[in-house]
Design a protein around this ligand. Structure first.
Ligand code: SAM
Length: 210
């Protein structure tokens, strides 16, 4: 879920950001958006990737197009970082609904505890603040303002650590919740997930549906 450009062979790869929706537009319309600068080159590259791969457009903040108890395993990496707490809860509830009994969720995400620890070591307040507070809009000029409307700047909304994520998972009904070191998993069949994905900036948590 929220695969971005990390495509896993043999899995259902889903992404549902605005870019994924833009990717479903007819090519001429996209070319116009690109030529006028409404869609920047980075977003356009992502759209090209989504179109070239079999990525299923699923907005995880809505009801997912999967039946109850139909999925064995869900993997998500650094998607919930930009979600508010209620959105994360919705995501976890949908995971629980579609997972089979005994099915598992693995997530990688930013770890506030690690960021604070890094700050205590490097005292780089600008790095810490850029992570925990939304950037002010610096849009200058009409084109940049329109571009911000089409593809708004992302910022982190969720400042969580393993404790707060574990509590939310338990509240919605997950069991066997574990925080793991990079490279480790308790889930059979997790391959070809990269168990070191974004190592150095991630916490790794796994949980099961009862
Ligand atoms: C920071 S990227 C992480 C990409 C990849 N999982 C990784 O770890 O490299 C977050 C991804 O979540 C996707 N995303 C954001 N909001 C989403 C939503 N509501 N539904 C589905 N995907 C979403 C974005 O399009 C983006 O690809």
């Amino acid at each position: 879920m929220g695969c971005g450009q990390t495509f896993l062979e043999g899995w259902i790869n889903c992404d549902g950001s605005l870019s994924a929706r833009l990717a479903t537009l007819p090519r001429p319309l996209l070319q116009v958006a690109r030529a006028t600068g409404l869609v920047d080159e980075r977003t356009f590259d992502f759209i090209r990737f989504l179109r070239a791969h079999d990525v299923v457009p699923v907005d995880v903040l809505r009801r997912w197009p999967f039946a109850d108890q139909s999925i064995d395993l869900i993997y998500t990496s650094h998607m919930i970082d930009c979600f508010a707490e209620q959105q994360i809860r919705h995501f976890f509830r949908e995971c629980l609904r579609v997972l089979k009994s005994g099915g598992a969720l693995r997530l990688a995400g930013l770890d506030l505890a690690r960021e604070v620890q890094t700050y205590l070591e490097d005292r780089d307040s600008r790095r810490l603040v850029s992570m925990i507070s939304p950037p002010r809009s610096e849009a200058i000029g009409l084109r940049q303002k329109l571009r911000d409307l089409v593809v708004p700047a992302k910022h982190y909304l969720a400042h969580h650590d393993a404790g707060s994520i574990t509590a939310m998972l338990a509240e919605v009904g997950f069991v066997d919740i574990d925080t793991l070191s990079p490279g480790h998993s308790t889930i059979e069949g997790i391959e070809p997930v990269n168990l070191h994905q974004r190592q150095g900036e991630s916490m790794y948590i796994e949980a099961r549906k009862p």
